[in-house]
Design a protein around this ligand. Sequence first.
Ligand SMILES: CC(C)(COP(=O)(O)OP(=O)(O)OC[C@H]1O[C@@H](n2cnc3c(N)ncnc32)[C@H](O)[C@@H]1OP(=O)(O)O)[C@@H](O)C(=O)NCCC(=O)NCCS
Length: 198
Amino acid sequence: MHGPLDTHNRNTERFTLRPFRRRDVEPLHAAVVESFDELHEWLPWANKRYSRLDATNFVKDSTRAWKEGRAYDFAIRADGAPDNHVGNMSIWFTSRAFRTGEVGYWINSSVTSRGVATETARRILEVGFDEMHMHRIILRIAVGNAPSERVAIKLGFTKEGVLREELKVRDQWLDHSVWGLLEREYRQHLNRTPTEAN
Ligand SMILES: CC(C)(COP(=O)(O)OP(=O)(O)OC[C@H]1O[C@@H](n2cnc3c(N)ncnc32)[C@H](O)[C@@H]1OP(=O)(O)O)[C@@H](O)C(=O)NCCC(=O)NCCS
């Protein structure tokens, strides 16, 4: 891949994934506040003081990172409700030389357990493998985060190991499990029926 990703919308059956815009600050802030109880359990940036300024800075950094090709943050929107922030789906290279990347995500607590992460992460994997030509993509999931592990399993990832005390959340060191998906496994997984993949 040469230069940054194209900024066009990526669609799934129920959602649109698109780059962040300045007017996303309010809905992003509202979604983080609404989802605080679930987010702060696993994500270091999600603290009680998360402010509009944090959301503004996130959108600014995200726009800059996209232009520089450092990382691609997608805002998830439901078709028919363009002003509600459903969640974030992000992808970035960890090594361009070896075409390896990482995906990160969170979903608004008001719509969890309805397959949103699985559906939209599947679309971001398509971006990673088809547009960014990645060879391998990882997820890092805090040990104990059962919903996120379930997402990894549904997408065909393999649990590869545990990084001890890699992350500090709420003043506690957490272990991170590393989950990997190779391009050939992704292609094989796509050929399976949804029932077999579950
Ligand atoms: C993890 C997260 C992204 C999942 O999003 P989601 O849209 O609810 O995901 P999905 O609906 O696609 O899948 C969630 C799965 O976890 C299951 N699940 C939910 N709560 C669970 C629990 N407490 N224990 C075990 N499984 C659980 C759901 O039933 C579903 O599995 P199923 O389809 O087999 O029934 C969301 O909960 C979240 O944003 N959490 C906080 C931030 C976070 O952890 N981000 C990920 C960091 S790696």
